[in-house]
Design a protein around this ligand. Structure first.
Ligand code: DP6
Length: 414
């Protein structure tokens, strides 16, 4: 086989996800087993996703990976564990047209090339590792003819990054913490698909941040070691919230969904403050966005917008309907207008039809009733940009070969 020169490739697209009941804290650092269950919403891959091409060829002399065009090392244990797990499940593959035959046992010897690309800035702190590991595992499973179902694949993606396991499904996803020592029951399952609650609109405010943030991995390790609040949260609070959140999603009960989402985000950040030394992920802009949403919901009387923040200052806002999303965007652009030299096309990304509907293509004034909902403020320049999205589908294989990130003959980045 060493003489042969063929290259076999698969390209896949995988969404990112945002937790509404947060994962924070591991009971096993190597297998990445959490101390509590969590729930997330998958974001539409049209707006935020990772694209990964995986290739195998007898001509490759070692495993290699490129992330956003730059070669990165695969020597870390998270990559090594994920690659080992998926390789051991590979099966026979035959491509008659190309005259390719790979036997199950060959996967241990054959080398891989992997190229991955995020359709959003990696540095923006938008869970790029979640989509990245999920896409790697999903694409390799297709290439290697792995028969495991998405939940079983989620247990492999989990070993790359915990939150990655929830990106194997679309819609609303639960990660069961499991209790087995080997982690085989710590898997993700789908609670409802993306069509179940499709009135929801998600607006992400990418907030400028000056400081280098503590990574989720080290932040949660420090919380496990020092925060008593985290112990209480994992034992007493999350189990009750999980049941309530599953009910809220099942019944599309936005009032309960908002209450739980906001409380859980706030408790996660309270745990960070309770960590020694304390960790601050949110900044003044994040706090201002919280106040804006709280005021809005109080003015209206029933919750219309939920907020949640991960390990960084970006706000993820979930609007109950498109009508609310249009008003919310008007309000946000009123409070956080683009800098004079920034045009709307580069300030609001994703589903820009909302910009049109809000009549904001060339900027513009927010109606008085919107100003009344948020109070008047002008925070120029503190938000880098917004992304409009919605709940979206899970991973897919892309059949269009022109979208592959690796060259079909050399297996090197295009
Ligand atoms: C705040 O999955 O990034 O986003 O498992 O160490 O890779 P590792 O951590 P990671 O943590 C995500 C934490 C969070 C909450 C969540 O997504 O549930």
């Amino acid at each position: 086989m060493a003489e042969e020169k063929w290259v076999l490739m698969v390209t896949a697209q995988t969404p990112t996800n945002i937790a509404v009941i947060k994962y924070w804290g591991k009971r096993d650092e190597v297998r990445i087993l959490p101390i509590n269950d969590s729930i997330s919403v998958t974001l539409d891959p049209d707006h935020l996703c990772t694209l990964t091409t995986v290739a195998v060829s007898p001509a490759f002399d070692r495993d290699r990976m490129w992330l956003n065009g730059k070669e990165i090392s695969l020597s870390g244990s998270r990559y090594q564990n994920s690659l080992r797990e998926i390789r051991s499940r590979g099966d026979d593959v035959e491509d008659e047209a190309k005259g390719i035959k790979i036997a199950k046992k060959d996967w241990e010897k054959l080398h891989l090339h992997i190229a991955s690309y995020n359709n959003f800035p990696t540095a923006a702190g938008l869970a790029s590792s979640a989509a990245g590991f999920a896409c790697l595992v999903f694409a390799l499973a297709k290439l290697m003819n792995v028969h495991e179902d998405p939940s079983q694949l989620s247990a492999i993606a989990r070993q790359g990054s915990g939150s990655a396991c929830r990106s194997l499904f679309g819609g609303f996803v639960k990660w069961n913490m499991g209790n087995k020592e080997d982690g085989s029951d710590s898997v993700a399952v789908q609670l409802a698909d993306e069509k179940h609650w499709d009135d929801l609109v998600i607006i992400i405010a990418v907030v400028s941040s000056r400081e280098k943030e503590t990574s989720s991995t080290s932040g949660m390790r420090e919380s496990v070691e020092t925060s008593l609040l985290l112990q209480h949260r994992a034992k007493e609070v999350v189990p009750v919230r999980m049941l309530q959140m599953e009910e809220a999603i099942k019944n599309r009960d936005f009032t309960s969904f908002t209450k739980l989402t906001c409380s859980d985000s706030n408790q996660f950040h309270a745990v960070c403050m309770d960590t020694s030394p304390p960790i601050f992920y949110m900044n003044d802009t994040s706090h201002r966005i919280i106040s804006l949403v709280e005021k809005w919901n109080r003015t209206v009387g029933t919750p219309e917008i939920a907020y949640t923040f991960d390990a960084g200052p970006n706000a993820v806002l979930i609007a109950r309907s498109r009508k609310v999303a249009v008003e919310l965007l008007q309000g946000l652009l009123y409070c956080f207008p683009p800098k004079p030299d920034t045009d709307m096309k580069s300030y609001v990304l994703g589903d820009t039809s909302i910009v049109k509907e809000a009549g904001l293509e060339r900027g513009g004034e927010a109606p008085q009733e919107i100003k009344d909902k948020i109070g008047s403020q002008d925070q120029k320049g503190e938000v880098s940009y917004f992304i409009c999205s919605r709940p979206g589908k899970g991973p897919v294989v892309l059949q269009d070969q022109t979208q592959a990130l690796l060259h079909p003959e050399t297996g090197l980045p295009k």
